[in-house]
Design a protein around this ligand. Structure first.
Ligand SMILES: [Zn+2]
Length: 407
């Protein structure tokens, strides 16, 4: 029995619904995909519910499910995964948030939720804030791209059950974090104190005085949102007996992989935008197979087109993905299993994630060839019928890596 290696390609938000302007086809049904079609001739297909039928999965909860974690157990909010994606040191029990540098006036009214998409200076701004301790709780901040940052609270008896400080709209007054359960009272109180103290420090910081002098909005407040508790994730390698790597752009998915012990392969320019170098990602994935047994690739562009409600753009993105798949087939080493699927549907008619199932393609030299095309409708006639939690066992089986149950 030859143990094969595995590439799992997640086309973020690929699944769609019938689009009237495309003759009631989905973008994937409509798009001309010669390379995917030729791979399909040698593959099994099916449909998958990333979490369960009808559940509208986030990218984070869906990726957790596909990698074999129980999202309802390990997920309390996206903050921890964003923070891990920025390479912050985290400990189980920490409370982490995504946050924005923003601009408020003297009445704490939000003037700009992104502080003019501040380009530089955030690393200097956080210097005085990092390590601040309030009531035995320490605060750590790490800036991301532009106005984005992650905030971590570390201390005893903290809870993620609090509301956002970020009011999510311009012109609104900054919210106070409120506890959703009695055990979260301290967390909310301490966070509110920190936000106020940070505002006082930031407002008179030289970087902001300079910004004001130049007529730029000062980055004079941090607006945390998406509180979550850092989970204790069992290591991917211990669960599946495979060394994992990932080629992903978005910090959120990178963070999930980091917490799972899946090694992120750095990929310049992989910021999760429309113009990601998709061929380059395939090359990186194949290179990573030399040192790893399993490589996860995430391509964000289809999700963006879905959120933007642009079916024609989604068709274009799918054609570029098809080109990258052609490249992958050209360089794919022998004895590799490839699964192509999505983490959820992002239909252009909705502009957000839905619970519709996603198509699955499973390629291997000895895969059952079910003669189905890779799209949301044809895949229903395929041989696979999965939920997200089935993905890893199905891959392990296809790669001849599954343990036999019984004699
Ligand atoms: Zn999305």
């Amino acid at each position: 029995m030859i143990r094969k290696k595995i590439i799992l390609i997640i086309l973020d938000g690929l699944g769609d619904r019938a689009v009237e302007t495309l003759g009631f086809k989905t973008p994937l049904q409509y798009a001309h995909t010669p390379n995917l079609d030729s791979m399909s001739e040698r593959s099994s297909h099916g449909l998958m519910y990333p979490i369960a039928p009808g559940i509208r999965a986030g990218s984070d909860t869906a990726h957790l499910s596909l990698l074999g974690y129980e999202p309802y157990e390990v997920y309390t909010g996206r903050g921890p995964f964003e923070a891990a994606g920025l390479d912050m040191d985290l400990e189980p029990g920490d409370i982490a948030f995504r946050c924005n540098f923003a601009t408020v006036d003297e009445n704490m009214k939000v003037i700009d939720r992104r502080a003019g998409r501040i380009k530089s200076g955030t690393h200097e701004l956080i210097k005085e804030l990092n390590g601040i301790e309030i009531e035995g709780v320490k605060f750590y901040i790490k800036p991301g791209v532009e106005h984005r940052a992650a905030l971590v609270m570390r201390g005893p008896n903290l809870s993620p059950q609090i509301t956002d400080v970020d009011p999510h709209e311009t012109g609104a007054v900054v919210h106070e974090a409120k506890p959703l359960v009695p055990e979260a009272e301290k967390t909310a109180r301490v966070l509110n104190k920190f936000v106020k103290l940070a505002h006082e420090i930031l407002d008179k910081h030289p970087v902001n005085i300079e910004r004001k002098n130049k007529g730029l909005p000062p980055a004079n407040i941090l607006l945390p949102r998406g509180a979550g508790m850092v989970p204790h994730l069992k290591k991917f390698e211990d669960m599946w007996n495979m060394k994992g790597a990932c080629v992903v752009g978005t910090p959120l998915i990178r963070g999930i992989c980091k917490l799972a012990g899946i090694e992120p392969i750095d990929f310049p320019g992989a910021t999760g935008s429309y113009d990601t170098d998709m061929r380059g990602k395939m090359t990186k994935a194949v290179e990573a197979l030399e040192t790893h047994d399993f490589v996860l690739v995430n391509i964000k562009a289809p999700d963006l087109a879905g959120h933007d409600m642009k079916p024609v753009k989604k068709v274009e993105v799918i054609k570029r993905i098809d080109d990258a798949i052609g490249h992958l087939v050209d360089i794919l080493p022998e004895n590799t299993v490839v699964m192509i699927t999505a983490d959820h549907s992002t239909p252009c008619s909705v502009g957000d994630h839905t619970g519709d199932p996603v198509p699955v393609l499973l390629y291997s030299t000895d895969a059952r060839r079910d003669g189905v095309r890779f799209d949301e409708v044809s895949c229903a006639k395929g041989t696979l019928h999965l939920c997200g939690k089935d993905v890893m066992p199905v891959l392990l089986n296809a790669a001849n890596r599954a343990e036999k149950f019984g004699a």
